[in-house]
Design a protein around this ligand. Structure first.
Ligand code: AVJ
Length: 319
């Protein structure tokens, strides 16, 4: 499998982990969520009735993928954070129908997930070369194959996991690599009644909680850390000041965790937060502005009738 250097990636993740655990509020890089078990738990989340995002996105793709494919005329479809690439198939179907597609490049943090999804897609789309890439979309844009006209897809509102500054850097880098004739399709979750957001991230069955707690399990396994699940409560809440769901854990009582792999001791106060991800919800005007500043131009903004979710097609702004 084509690869950016694994050792570099782990080192970067470990450095970010040190920084995050010394920051205020404390946080863990979101990448810890997506090991093999985490990726499976996320796939389970996408099937929860209250987690409306993938279904809304799928409906939008069913309606508009033909427009996207006709506009993009892509030879290569790149998917950032592809995972099991379920909704992507709607896009693949449309590109195959238009007749331009030669290659599908799913990029994901998790190699095991790609080892499962890539052959399945290759079997379902004979004639399309499937070339998976392991890595983090924040640092791997430069590794993307340059061959042919490209459509870059970023689905599931994963863009909402980025902090505003990361998002700005990401969009700017993306605008740079897209070049003439490239296109970008992104699925974004929209600001809505906080009760629905609350429900989407607090399922009764505890799948989301298990997904978030798995970050501690992953850190323990890789860095010999002593995080204990029973010392933390799951906490996911809407933050109206930032328009994001603030998702993570809270220390039940004051205690100290040691992380030998990072030569680090971390003390928590009672009630102190350990954020594991933010899931930003978007508004059209701000989104438009951000894309413009990054050198991208919104070609289309499609939403479902309820305005829950948007599918956005962007093109490089012509200077
Ligand atoms: C995969 C990042 C889009 O933010 O909704 C789901 C991850 N976290 N439930 C999201 C997630 C908790 C998801 N993304």
């Amino acid at each position: 499998m084509a690869n950016a250097p694994v050792a570099d990636r782990r080192l970067r993740l470990h450095e970010e982990t040190v920084r995050g655990l010394q920051a205020e509020p404390k946080h863990l890089p979101t990448a810890w969520l997506y090991d093999e078990r985490g990726s499976r738990l996320y796939a389970e989340i996408t099937r929860l009735p209250a987690y409306y995002l993938p279904r809304r996105e799928r409906e939008l793709l069913r309606s508009y993928a033909p427009d996207i494919a006709a506009r993009a005329q892509a030879e290569t479809l790149v998917e950032l954070g592809a995972g099991s690439a379920t909704n992507t198939r709607v896009l693949l179907d449309a590109l195959v129908y238009v007749g331009t597609l030669e290659r599908f490049v799913p990029l994901d943090l998790n190699e095991e997930v790609l080892r499962e999804s890539a052959p399945a897609i290759a079997a379902a789309y004979p004639g399309i070369a499937v070339e998976p890439l392991v890595g983090d979309f924040l640092d791997e844009l430069a590794w993307l194959p340059a061959a042919g006209r490209r459509l870059v897809a970023f689905l599931g509102s994963t863009i909402g996991n980025l902090y505003p500054l990361q998002r700005r850097a990401f969009l700017r880098a993306l605008a740079g690599v897209l070049g003439d004739g490239g296109a970008f399709v992104v699925g974004v979750d929209l600001v809505k009644d906080p009760r629905r957001l609350q429900a989407a991230y607090n399922d009764r069955g505890g799948v989301t909680e298990a997904f978030v707690r798995n970050a501690l399990t992953a850190v323990n396994a890789e860095l010999d850390a002593t995080f204990e699940q029973r010392r933390f409560d799951f906490d996911a809440r809407w933050d109206p000041a930032h328009d994001w769901m603030d998702i993570g854990l809270r220390a039940r009582q004051a205690h100290t965790v040691s992380i030998p792999g990072l030569e680090l001791e971390v003390s928590f106060e009672a009630g102190e937060q350990l954020r594991v991800e933010v899931s930003t919800k978007f508004r059209r005007e701000a989104f438009d502005r951000e894309f413009g500043l990054a050198g991208l131009r919104l070609d289309s903004w499609w939403t479902d009738p309820a305005g829950d979710f948007a599918l956005v097609l962007a093109l490089p702004a012509v200077p």
